[in-house]
Design a protein around this ligand. Sequence first.
Ligand SMILES: CC(C)(COP(=O)(O)OP(=O)(O)OC[C@H]1O[C@@H](n2cnc3c(N)ncnc32)[C@H](O)[C@@H]1OP(=O)(O)O)[C@@H](O)C(=O)NCCC(=O)NCCS
Length: 153
Amino acid sequence: MKTSPPEITIAPATPADVPAIAALLRGADLPHEDFAPHVARFLVARKGRAVVGAVGAEVAGEAALLRSLVVASCQRGAGLGGRLVDELERAAGAWGVKRWWLLTTTAEKFFTARGFRAAARSEAPAGIRATGQFNGGCCCSAVCLTRERKGTT
Ligand SMILES: CC(C)(COP(=O)(O)OP(=O)(O)OC[C@H]1O[C@@H](n2cnc3c(N)ncnc32)[C@H](O)[C@@H]1OP(=O)(O)O)[C@@H](O)C(=O)NCCC(=O)NCCS
């Protein structure tokens, strides 16, 4: 009997997902040493038992840092990155988030295609500027991007 391939589902991450998320981030050369304390605000994409994508937020009042967006290389280009961002936006409504901030050296086009615009780091509120990524965790050549969370108006 044939079984159909498992679909990819997106759900809140748990502490048990930390090693798999870290492996994905390491594989994509993204910071992976500092995300574990924030895992309650991470989502993971699963295919069967395998974690094939992740994204997370660090919330500071009505602003949040969107971080650690990663899709396993064999799953890229099929819309999963976009789905992860959309699901995070939905979850962030319940956290009171009204505006996203992020730093990226690798995915500026991905985010600008989804409505983000470039901003000076100094425009970010203090709570965002206090995050590890804004304080050296993300290199100085990273572009700062921002946009309102969808669904806030
Ligand atoms: C960025 C990333 C999460 C996108 O995941 P994905 O599942 O391939 O994304 P989607 O399939 O939803 O979207 C793909 C679209 O984004 C574009 N895209 C994907 N990665 C991109 C990148 N690094 N730079 C520019 N465009 C990118 C594709 O060309 C495609 O465009 P199209 O919709 O016009 O065809 C994935 O490439 C990845 O994990 N990259 C390595 C980690 C990384 O750079 N993360 C960002 C940290 S800020």
